[in-house]
Design a protein around this ligand. Structure first.
Ligand SMILES: *Cc1c(COP(=O)(O)O)cnc(C)c1O
Length: 423
């Protein structure tokens, strides 16, 4: 009993030491960002005159669904875009990105990804894996990828020289903001701005699309703000902008004529954004957006705490606790299979849903190695809620993300550290 009490107080003091440093440094930036993004979100509700009348759905075709229309407007303003389409009919982030790509690219055109190999699930959408006749490549679109990360890190604009020809040949330049589940860095808004300016210097008319998954409200400004310059972006409502409340869905935001083309791609020409039943979910989607700036801040606070504590314990953490964050993911190299599994088990054991489940490593399609995952979330697969996963191979990296409340992130970390004492 006395040893467990002692270790409890040791862990507690480890956390409070980190908290006292973080509260004086990293967290004031997070609070300031949340103040900015929340005010913008709230103003969007006020400006577009959201009222109770918007919470009831129109059935059937969904023509003249006032709630759906106002949701599009509120998201557009909140995301600093001219226009947006927010729909429960987007089944995932991947589907949303796919709808946008099909809406924007035509046979014979070229898509240039400048952030290296894209997120796993896009491989089949593009046609890099699988045999779907519906992939972009099978539909006659040319595909090329280059990586800004092979440039000197602080000079992404160098691509305008090193990849001049590729940029000139591109109809669409595609940028993935978040690292996703790779080890390349996440782009900050400042870096996005630099890359987009470099692209425009070579080809002003190139269409710039950003995969904004995981990025929303992590910084003051969104990629479609004119000061950053993306033409269009897309994301998932079971990540940041759903605030843990939206049960499904995605959004596409950007220039009006481009969003209109994406709407035709989601429904069909002639229907565009004018149809689509909203399943009485409008209130939850709006409420999720309202909560999102705060839940993103809470997630970022939890991730910086984990980064600080694990760094002090001698682990490599990416990003470091004091870095500017462009997504809600924390990478920690745990250097041991037992620790990776222990991390996930501990996290699962303090989840609100399915805490009784024991995560076990298993094979996941698309991965070469077994993967272990933890995520006792209210919404299935939701990674804005506290969750973790990692492939069972050196350096036994855990991808730790989300958390709707800091108290939960803090408690989970305590439990993880306690488990580590026995490993
Ligand atoms: C999550 C994510 C996606 C989409 O994934 P879904 O699981 O289909 O929602 C795409 N790109 C990035 C970078 C992501 O993090």
């Amino acid at each position: 009993m006395s040893t467990s009490t002692q270790s409890k107080t040791e862990i507690e003091s480890l956390l409070s030491q980190s908290e006292s440093i973080l509260s004086k440094n990293a967290w004031s930036t997070l609070e300031a960002t949340c103040n900015t993004t929340f005010e913008r979100v709230l103003n969007a509700f006020i400006t577009h005159r959201v009222g109770e009348e918007h919470f009831a759905s129109v059935t059937g075709y969904g023509h003249d669904d006032l709630g759906r229309d106002v949701t599009d407007k509120v998201f557009a303003s909140a995301l600093q875009a001219e226009s947006a389409i927010v729909r429960t009919q987007f089944v995932s982030g991947t589907h949303t990105l796919s709808v946008a790509l099909r809406g924007l690219l035509r046979a014979g055109q070229t898509m240039l990804v400048v952030t290296g190999h894209p997120y796993d699930t896009l491989e089949e959408v593009i046609g890099l894996r699988g045999e779907s006749s519906q992939s972009l490549i099978q539909q006659g679109i040319n595909y090329k990828e280059i990586s800004v990360f092979s440039e000197d890190e602080s000079h992404f604009e160098g691509i305008k020289n090193t990849h001049h020809r590729d940029i000139q040949n591109a109809d669409m330049v595609y940028i993935q903001r978040s690292r996703g589940y790779s080890l390349r860095p996440t782009l900050t808004i400042a870096e996005l701005r630099e890359i987009i300016a470099a692209v425009r210097a070579v080809k002003p008319e190139a269409l710039v699309m950003v995969d904004n998954c995981y990025g929303e409200f992590t910084e003051d400004t969104e990629p479609t703000d004119p000061s950053v310059g993306a033409d269009i972006m897309a994301g998932s409502l079971i990540k940041n902008p759903g605030g843990g409340i939206a049960p499904c869905g995605g959004y596409i935001a950007g220039k009006t004529h481009l969003v209109d083309a994406c709407a035709d791609s989601l429904t069909c020409p002639g229907v565009g954004r004018e149809g689509g039943y909203t399943f009485n979910l409008t209130r939850l989607i709006l409420q999720g957006l309202y909560l999102s700036p705060s839940s993103v801040k809470e997630a970022l606070k939890s991730m910086t705490l984990a980064a600080h504590v694990f760094h002090n314990l001698g682990y490599e953490t990416i990003p470091s606790w004091d870095a500017v964050r462009g997504d809600i993911i924390q990478v920690i190299h745990l250097q041991s299979a037992d620790k990776l599994i222990g991390f996930c088990k501990a996290l699962q054991s303090v989840s609100p849903v399915s805490a009784y489940v024991q995560p076990v490593p298993s094979v996941v399609p698309g991965y070469g190695d077994e993967v272990v995952m933890a995520g006792g979330t209210f919404i299935d697969g939701s990674t804005s809620e506290l969750s973790a996963d990692g492939p069972l191979r050196a350096p036994y990296t855990v991808f730790y993300q989300g958390g709707l409340t800091y108290v939960h992130g803090r408690l989970a970390l305590k439990t993880i550290l306690k488990t580590f004492e026995t490993l």
